[in-house]
Write a protein that binds this ligand. Structure first.
Ligand code: HEC
Length: 94
C-alpha cells in the first residue's frame, strides 16, 4: 500500500517536472531566455518576480499576453499567439 502511494507521488512529481521543462524549452526556443531567466533579473525581470507582481491580479494573463505579443511595451518576440499564451501561463505559475 505504502509502495503504491509512493509510486503515485513520484509519478505526479515527474509529470509536473516534465510539464515545466517543456515550457522552459519553449521559452528557450522562442528567445525569451535570452532576456529573461526564471530566478534572476537579466535584461528583463526574473519570471518569478513577474509571477509575484501579478499574483492575484484579475486579468493578468490577458494583460501579459497582449503586452508580450503586442511589440509596443515589450521588445518584439518571435513566438506566436498560442505559444505566448502558454508561456505567460507558465510564467504566472512560477
Ligand atoms: C530582447 C529582450 C527580451 C526578449 C527576447 C523577451 N523579453 Fe520579456 N521583457 C523584456 C524587458 C526589457 C522587460 C521589462 C520591461 C517591460 O515590462 O516591458 C520584459 C518584461 C516581460 C514580462 C513582464 C511584463 C510586466 O508587465 O511586468 C513578461 C511576462 C515577459 N517579459 C515575457 C516574455 C516572454 C514570454 C518572452 C518570449 C516569448 C519574452 N518576454 C522575451 C525583454 C525581453
Amino acid at each position: 500500500m505504502k509502495l503504491i502511494a509512493m509510486a503515485v507521488v513520484a509519478s505526479i512529481a515527474l509529470a509536473a517536472a516534465g510539464a515545466s521543462s517543456a515550457q522552459e524549452t519553449l521559452a528557450k526556443s522562442s528567445g525569451c531566455l535570452n532576456c529573461h531567466a526564471v530566478d534572476t533579473k537579466k535584461l528583463g525581470p526574473a519570471f518569478k518576480d513577474v509571477a509575484a507582481k501579478y499574483k492575484g491580479k484579475a486579468g493578468a494573463e490577458a494583460t501579459l499576453v497582449a503586452k508580450v505579443s503586442g511589440g509596443k511595451d515589450h521588445p518584439a518576440v518571435k513566438a506566436g499567439g498560442d505559444d505566448v499564451k502558454s508561456l505567460v501561463k507558465w510564467v504566472l505559475s512560477l
